[in-house]
Design a protein around this ligand. Structure first.
Ligand SMILES: [Zn+2]
Length: 179
């Protein structure tokens, strides 16, 4: 469900068109997040009505909504930054042996580069071996499993990739483009 659609309708002061009100109620049944948001908003509204000598300032719900949007954005930025740190750390971890080699004082630079390249090329048979192994396993699995199960595995795998892509979009850059 599209939270943003309902979030916007939670803060509207005038009554909603009937269709939208029904949709909103249905969404609130299933969505704890929006329910909590409405409860918080209603509490704020009630407080304002109780303090009768203070009439709600113009554009109050607008500001409240903006503050909420800002909080959501900050949380997203924190998550994106954590992902960035993690991937950077992983990259540094893999690059470290190469730079450690370059920094070793005993050999001339060209020799270090050659050694680094040699070390990297030593990895290639390993990668080749792993992929051959995985391919062999895959072929055995394909021969043993009934076709319907294979299809199920294929669909599950595709689903995982889709979820992964969605998470990547959500956590890294997807939401920043929205106003
Ligand atoms: Zn929701």
């Amino acid at each position: 469900m599209n939270h943003r659609f309902f979030e916007e309708r939670l803060f509207v002061d005038e009554p909603l068109p009937e269709e939208e009100a029904v949709l909103l109620e249905e969404h609130l049944q299933t969505c704890e997040r929006c329910r909590a948001l409405r409860a918080a908003w209603q509490e704020t509204e009630l407080e304002l009505k109780l303090t009768q000598w203070v009439s709600p300032l113009e554009g109050f719900s607008q500001r409240w909504r903006e503050r909420y949007a800002h909080q959501v954005k900050v949380a997203q930025q924190r998550r994106a930054f954590a992902v960035f740190l993690l991937t950077s750390a992983a990259a540094a971890f893999f690059a470290f042996p190469f730079f450690a080699l370059l920094a070793a004082p005993s050999q001339p630079l060209w020799l270090k580069i050659v050694i680094a390249l040699y070390n990297f090329s030593a990895l290639l048979p390993l990668i080749d071996g792993i992929s051959t192994f995985l391919f062999t396993v895959f072929r055995v699995v394909v021969q043993v499993l009934p076709p319907s199960l294979e299809l199920a595995f294929g669909v599950a795998f595709l689903g995982l990739i889709l979820i992964w892509l969605r998470m990547l979009r959500k956590f890294s850059f997807g939401r920043f483009r929205q106003p």
